[in-house]
Design a binder for this molecule. Structure first.
Ligand code: 13P
Ligand code: SF4
Length: 401
């Protein structure tokens, strides 16, 4: 990418990020309304047949129960912890990204795997399941604003530039990325990681004198690097809107961990004032590593969604917890631990707008399809990408525990 060929792209805010902001509100009533009513807030979700628009949540509930028992063992539903209550209650297993990818690789009997989560998770499940199994995402518009910040084309250009100029960079991608990026990592000696094993993945390369190019979450990349003793000025951000990421060759030469300029619109809402407020009430503060380094360094505990659940569940009765992660999970934790005081650090309620796109009506729609012999919304990664992404995912699954 030299000066003659570089064409700066217009800085565009992903639609999902705009929708995220319009979802924030003051009341914490997260109960589902009819799909028709939810559509009124101007969301750009997948269209469904008219009958699903008007169905009341209770009606949908009893239909889902009927369909689940009608389809039986051929069906397995995976649910990420950030899903709405009305959806996650139908999951055969729940988990964070890492646990769900493990579960997907182990479910051998089910012909239909319905993934209540977001698109990159369904792609991962498709890569890790057999060719006879079909992975279904109830609403195809359920993406991830962070994954949208790293287009395959931009990442390929950036990797090409780095690879042409240096021979010691290794690409690692966060699970929250497209199969094309996972495939690029698999092809080039790198791997996938999740927030549960980012540290272990970096430890595979840094001690051998390798440098890391991490996609697409700058915060998880920076937090992981700093936790392993990499200095602040050895972490640089690749800005895809600038020529050569906005960096000189000399700067890249001095870099140990290069992080893509991406972020999670849910976890970057947490800030120092909220932490101070929580601590002033005597609360312990626990946050996800997609938060900024400023927040992570002031928190008492930092870890993946599954880690947060374990720490809070195991805490002493009577303790107080200010939690920096997605609101659906925080509310669930609070209701499952009535002997503790658990609250979200952010007083404004902002569910992850893309996880939220799995309204129960979509779940019912795809189950009705299966019962009628129709596969609606299959996520099918193409063969070449599957082969190389699988290499990158297996490197992650084989990381030392
Ligand atoms: P984990 O599921 O790895 O904790 O990641 C959180 C997240 O943001 C999922 O999109
Ligand atoms: Fe993406 Fe953040 Fe939502 Fe996870 S919580 S799906 S990273 S926007």
């Amino acid at each position: 990418m030299d000066i003659k060929t570089f064409k700066p792209r217009k800085l565009e805010i992903p639609v999902t990020e705009i929708e995220q902001a319009s979802f924030c509100r003051l009341d914490d009533n997260l109960r589902s309304k009819t799909l028709e009513e939810e559509f009124k807030s101007g969301v750009k979700w997948q269209k469904v047949p008219i009958r699903y628009l008007k169905m009341k949540p209770d009606e949908i509930d009893s239909e889902i129960i009927k369909m689940k028992s009608m389809i039986g063992d051929k069906l397995f539903i995976l649910g990420h912890h950030y899903q709405r209550e009305e959806v996650i209650k139908f999951a055969d297993t729940t988990g964070d990204s890492f646990k769900l990818s493990l579960e997907a690789s182990k479910v051998k009997n089910a012909e239909y795997i319905v993934f209540c989560g977001v698109h990159f998770m369904a792609e991962t499940a498709d890569i890790l399941t057999t060719s006879n199994q079909k992975v279904i995402l109830p609403n195809m518009a359920a993406g991830c604003s962070m994954a949208d910040m790293a287009s395959a084309e931009d990442v390929e250009d950036a990797w090409k530039f780095v690879e042409e100029n240096f021979d010691d960079f290794i690409p690692i991608t966060y699970m929250n990325s497209t199969a094309s990026i996972k495939s690029l990592c698999g092809k080039n000696g790198g791997m996938v990681c999740t927030s549960s094993n980012a540290k272990a993945s970096f430890e595979q390369y840094l001690p051998k004198g390798k440098k890391i190019f991490f996609f697409p979450d700058q915060h998880l990349g920076r937090n992981t690097a700093l936790s392993l003793g990499v200095k602040k000025d050895e972490v640089k951000v690749w800005n895809p809107f600038k020529e050569n990421g906005g960096l000189t060759l000399d700067e890249l030469n001095k870099t140990k961990v290069l992080v893509w300029q991406g972020h999670c619109s849910v976890h970057t809402r947490f800030n120092i004032d909220q932490i101070e407020e929580a601590k002033s009430k005597g609360a312990n503060v626990i946050v996800h590593p997609e938060c900024t380094n400023e927040v992570v360094s002031q928190a008492d505990y930092v870890g993946s969604t599954e880690y947060i659940i374990d720490v809070v569940n195991d805490a002493e009765p009577g303790t107080k917890w200010g939690v920096g992660t997605e609101i659906n999970l925080v509310k669930r934790l609070a209701s499952q631990n009535p002997d503790k005081e658990i609250f979200c650090l952010d007083p404004i309620v902002c569910p992850c707008a893309t996880m939220y796109r799995i309204h129960p009506a979509y779940l019912l729609w795809v189950l009705d399809g299966i019962a009628a012999g129709l596969v609606i919304n299959q996520v099918d990664v193409d063969f070449e990408k599957k082969v190389n992404s699988k290499i990158a995912l297996e490197r992650m699954l084989n990381l030392p525990k």
